[in-house]
Design a protein around this ligand. Structure first.
Ligand code: PEP
Ligand code: MN
Length: 339
């Protein structure tokens, strides 16, 4: 349930209302926008008398929310959330390109890619250190050393970094990582999500291979319920019967997520298609659909990449893509009240 207050509510009456709601065992989330203040009630609201609350002087409206995600819900927090990734803003009109290799491989590789993608217009550097691979015999990532190399590349390029965590026991290695990625395979690792919810650090949450948008938002809710509100959602394709592409990139997720939630939405056309030739058209489509950012795999030598070379762009192709994005960004769809 949400309670929309009238402008400038009397502080004493507001405090009385909040204390009364709390005494009924409810958690209250206050959301102060430019013009409106909203109270979000989390807990069992079934016995609450809506008419009674509606009749209060300071109350403009009361609505029951059916969706089980409260913190992530747009209804409860109408303004876009802007997430700061090491000082780089993402969401609420701040568009970002996240770019870098699937995996960190060696020092010169990650540094060269970092500097090149920055020059082309990327705002955040990606690179896997811990890699979730289908085969236990495939390259598993450089692990701790990979994070060190990413931090060096951050220093050289000035770009903040995002990298994936696979297990809670590695959390101490992520202290200097600007944004922690939860990969598709871990989207419903609830213990991991709860722990990340206790941090004061942005989390890039990727949609699971066979998860619905509501499930994605419930996973965001796990992080936010712990107090960490800096969540970025990522559409990266889902499993369907189609085999031509690695996954089926669900671009309708962009406007849908934007209307369901205030959190920034990023699209990953690299994993979403699995084919480098599809990355540019689908990235452009994601931008047009209103995404707050795209995440693109870029490699210095895709043919010899240790992971995902077939879907990685060369640095030159990435440069062209970034140019294309800048060209269409002013014409992109933007979420607006009522959508
Ligand atoms: C990745 O971004 O490196 C990755 C493994 O992506 P996903 O979890 O979407 O498969
Ligand atoms: Mn990859």
């Amino acid at each position: 349930m949400i309670i929309i207050l009238k402008d400038d509510p009397n502080p004493k009456q507001l405090d009385n209302l909040i204390q009364w709601l709390k005494s009924m065992g409810l958690q209250i989330h206050e959301s102060r926008g430019e013009n409106t203040m909203i109270l979000g009630l989390v807990g069992d609201t079934t016995t609450i008398d809506i008419d009674l609350i509606n009749a209060l002087d300071i109350v403009a409206d009361v609505k029951r929310i059916q969706e089980p995600y409260k913190n992530a819900n747009r209804k409860f927090h109408p303004e876009d959330t802007i997430v700061s990734v090491g000082g780089v803003k993402l969401g609420g009109g701040h568009f970002q390109i996240i770019a870098g290799p699937c995996s960190v491989e060696y020092s010169e590789q990650i540094k060269a890619i970092a500097c090149s993608v920055k020059e082309s217009g990327a705002g955040i550097l990606r690179g896997g250190a811990f890699k979730p691979r289908t085969s236990p015999y495939a390259f598993q990532g450089m692990r701790e050393e990979g994070i060190k190399l990413l931090l060096e590349a951050k220093k050289v390029s000035g770009l903040p970094i995002v990298t994936e965590i696979m297990d809670l026991s590695h959390l101490h290695l992520f202290e200097q990582v600007d944004m922690i990625q939860v990969g598709a395979r871990n989207m419903q690792n609830f213990e991991l999500l709860k722990e990340l919810g206790r941090l004061d650090r942005p989390v890039l949450l990727k949609r699971g291979l066979s998860n619905t948008l509501q499930e994605l938002l419930m996973s965001a809710e796990y992080i936010m319920a712990g107090g960490n509100r800096q969540v970025v959602l990522c559409e990266r394709g889902i499993r369907t019967f189609e085999t031509t592409t690695r996954n089926t990139l669900d671009l309708s997720a962009v406007p849908l997520l934007k209307s369901m939630s205030h959190l920034p939405v990023v699209v990953d056309p690299s994993h979403g298609t699995g084919l480098s030739k599809l990355v540019k058209p689908m990235a452009m489509a994601a931008v047009a659909a209103g995404a707050d950012g795209v995440m693109i795999e870029v490699h210095n030598d895709p043919a010899h990449a240790l992971c995902d070379g077939q879907q990685s762009l060369t640095m030159e192709a990435f440069h062209e893509l970034a140019d294309g994005i800048r060209g269409i960004l002013p014409f992109a769809c933007r979420w607006k009240q009522g959508d």
